[in-house]
Ligand binder design. Structure first.
Ligand code: FE
Length: 245
């Protein structure tokens, strides 16, 4: 299982090739700190078994304490009932505006105490000895949407922001030259991101953080401060969504 960051008791794992052909490629991530693990946007039923196997090589599944879902799309949440079942003692952090919809995925489990609502303004999420931060990313693309910042690794898990749709034969784990990577991002962002106002708001929040890596839910990972800055500059000026309606 590839490692994006490792220092002392802290590690970040990524899984980029678990999606079968015919479905949009999706990345999954795991943050492990001091023996406690969190899965981010663990994906749908299509990848559940494979991710369970791969994640199990990164940390004991019994140490899975948290699942963070950035928004409500099927490629993010569809396997939640299975994760809750295998993990047992786990909390699901989800945007507050979406939590009332999630019970529709479960056939049983009337007590809903394992869900932690992330309020619109964001929140701090403890894991092991670190505190991760949910950063508002509303309308990018979902009406209630969060990125997650890991101050230890300086990785921003950006959800659909920064996503790229890359043909399999051109795929690689990390974005290369930023100018040529743009063509894989542009169409997706123009169609799915709600508006330039929403983009600018997110960029201003992210500029307050110390970010070395932007790890999106789809496509290549954007690595290095220069590339991160180029991405923020590009997104800040992008016309998208209702701007183009
Ligand atoms: Fe989505």
């Amino acid at each position: 299982m590839p490692v994006l960051h490792s220092s002392g008791d802290h590690a970040v794992h990524y899984f980029r090739d678990l999606t079968p052909k015919g479905a949009v490629q999706a990345n999954q991530y795991a943050v492990v700190d001091s023996g406690e693990a969190m899965l981010l946007d663990p994906g749908g039923r299509l990848v559940f078994k494979r991710l369970l196997g791969e994640a199990g090589r990164a940390f004991p599944i019994g140490r899975l304490r948290a699942v963070f879902v950035s928004h409500q799309d099927p490629d993010v949440v569809a396997a939640l009932p299975s994760w809750v079942l295998v993990a047992g003692d786990v909390r699901v952090y989800a945007p507050a505006a979406w939590t009332r919809f999630l019970p529709h995925m479960f056939s049983e489990r009337p007590e809903w105490d394992f869900v932690v609502e992330v309020p619109d303004e964001g929140s701090e999420i403890p894991l092991g000895k670190v505190t991760l931060r949910a950063i508002p990313a509303h309308f990018l693309h979902s009406a209630a949407n969060f990125s997650l910042y890991d101050p230890e690794s300086k990785i921003l898990f950006s959800g659909d922001v920064g996503a790229s749709i890359i043909p399999p034969e051109e795929d690689s784990d990390f974005a290369g030259d930023f100018e040529s990577h743009l063509r894989y991002m542009e169409g997706f962002h123009r169609r799915y991101m709600a508006s330039s106002r929403a983009c600018r708001r997110w960029v201003s929040l992210v500029r307050e953080l110390d970010v070395e890596v932007i790890a999106p839910q789809h496509g290549a990972i954007i690595r290095g401060r220069d590339n991160v800055q180029r991405f923020l500059d590009w997104l800040e000026g992008l016309e998208c969504g209702v701007d183009l309606l």
